[in-house]
Design a protein around this ligand. Structure first.
Ligand code: ZN
Ligand code: ZN
Ligand code: ZN
Length: 371
């Protein structure tokens, strides 16, 4: 699997006239080679040039934790008194001084050290090489995203059925329940747990706080994590949003929610192979616009998802790239009316030759829970 990904990365490097990839912390390295660098001040860096072995500059005392099931890495261990930036320059060989693509998550302290070591090189981000590859999921990746989605769907069900108590508890307390349940549902890591009650539901990325959930108000839940996978295989992310109302919703809210449900459905149905990403956004947005809610839809329709919670492709005005089979992304329209209330509905969807396929399947109705 990783041998094949490295071949594809090298093809993409040639197409983009990149002489070497330099990957450290972040999701690119585990996706490409099945090994994650520790996010610490000692440099771990994969050096991938057009030919020759993939070289890994790694702190000597961490060399034992390098997982290399396909035996594709040549290790360059460095001692505490060595200069790892100089070792990267040596590992680059003839590519030193060429066009270098460095991982988007690499710390600037490493980039600055490498730039002074490698004067005359030109720099770009690895995302320009690997983003388009990572955006097209293979069957195993879609299966992992499906397991992630099924895990959080169970938690959505527990919220919608009233199994997780809401009224009288703080957002922070409820978010703690969500974290526990995310870890119990096949995830190794929690990425976010948004619990936004009452007026807070009008803030799309609300941080859960001390506000106590009261009767007769909306509560927005947006949560996800990264799946636990066998050694050396990177985890895949889940991300879903569902709404609960703690009582009978006023007609105004129920009607707006119904338009949101229609908007989300229109977005999913538009997410077909060959459709430009911005047209999918437009399909969902026009439903809210026609309902008089367009000005309250404050963000793009969706983001790609995979080993990273947000990645290519982005469903946003200005992105005319057509969807291709294997793209996985969120469809998450919302409305946010400051000082009053808000709502969002979010599913992960895969574009397939047979049309859009949802990976979240809990009910999209506005759930009503009573005190
Ligand atoms: Zn978001
Ligand atoms: Zn979300
Ligand atoms: Zn999302």
């Amino acid at each position: 699997m990783f041998v094949e990904r490295i071949d594809r990365a090298r093809t993409a490097m040639r197409e983009r006239e990149v002489d070497a990839l330099l990957l450290s912390v972040g999701p690119d390295l585990p996706w490409l080679a099945g090994f994650a660098a520790l996010a610490l001040e000692r440099l771990t860096m994969l050096v991938l040039t057009e030919d020759g072995p993939a070289r890994l500059v790694v702190p000597a005392f961490e060399a034992d934790r390098v997982h290399d099931p396909e035996d594709l890495l040549e290790l360059i261990p460095w001692q505490e008194t060595d200069d790892p930036a100089a070792l990267v320059a040596t590992a680059l060989g003839g590519a030193a001084g060429g066009r270098l693509a460095i991982g988007d998550h690499t710390w600037s302290r490493f980039l600055v050290a490498l730039q002074s070591e490698l004067r005359g090189s030109s720099w770009t981000t690895a995302g320009t090489v690997l983003g388009p590859l990572r955006a097209i999921k293979d069957d195993d990746e879609i299966a992992a995203l499906g397991r992630a989605g099924a895990g959080v769907d169970q938690i959505a069900l527990a919220l919608q059925s009233g199994e997780i108590p809401l009224i009288g508890r703080t957002e922070v307390q409820i978010a703690a329940d969500l974290r526990t349940m995310i870890l119990a549902s096949g995830h190794s890591k929690v990425n976010f747990t948004i619990v936004a009650s009452g007026q807070n539901s009008a803030s799309p990325h609300h941080d859960p706080g001390d506000r106590v959930v009261r009767p007769n108000e909306p509560v927005l839940f947006d949560f996800g994590g990264t799946t636990a996978e066998p050694d050396g295989h990177p985890g895949y992310c889940s991300d879903t949003t569902r709404m609960v109302f703690t009582g009978t919703p006023p007609a105004e809210y129920a009607e707006a929610y119904e338009q949101l449900r229609r908007s989300q459905e229109a977005g999913v149905q538009a997410a077909r192979v060959g459709t430009p990403a911005e047209s999918v956004d437009g399909a969902a947005r026009s439903v809210l616009h026609d309902a008089g809610l367009g000005e309250y839809f404050l963000h793009r329709l969706g983001h790609g998802i995979g080993v990273e919670a947000h990645e290519d492709p982005y469903l946003v005005a200005g992105n005319s790239e057509p969807l291709v089979a294997g793209n996985a992304f969120s469809i998450e329209p919302g409305f946010y009316i400051r000082g009053r209330w808000g709502a969002r509905i979010e599913d992960i969807v895969v574009a397939t030759a047979d049309g859009p396929r949802r990976l979240n399947n809990s009910s999209r109705d506005l759930a009503i829970v009573e005190a």
